[in-house]
Design a binder for this molecule. Structure first.
Ligand SMILES: [Zn+2]
Length: 91
């Protein structure tokens, strides 16, 4: 067992987890801003939903937003309300 390699891997792993959590937090804040109708970058109310696709019955929806003012673009995976439990998608 190479201890240094293991320690190195642990540092990389915990580092990427922190980055991922930070990324999720930032993304959540951006989505909250968008859902109020404001662009998270330039804070104008010009944000537009440009694409919307569902990954399946119970899967999250992928929403893409774009701001024509500052060319901000981002897509969010949003848990779709409803789903199979509501009987909306009977196969
Ligand atoms: Zn903008």
């Amino acid at each position: 067992m190479d201890f240094y390699l293991l320690a190195f891997l642990l540092i990389i792993l915990s580092g990427s987890i922190i980055v991922y959590i930070y990324y999720l937090k930032e993304k959540k804040e951006e989505l909250a801003s968008i859902q109020r109708g404001f662009c998270p970058k330039c804070h104008k109310d010009s944000i537009e939903l440009v694409d919307q696709r569902s990954t399946g019955c119970s899967g999250p929806k992928l929403l893409s937003y774009e701001c024509p003012e500052c060319s901000y673009y981002n897509s969010f995976a949003v848990e779709s309300g409803g789903g199979c439990g509501t009987g909306k998608c009977s196969l």
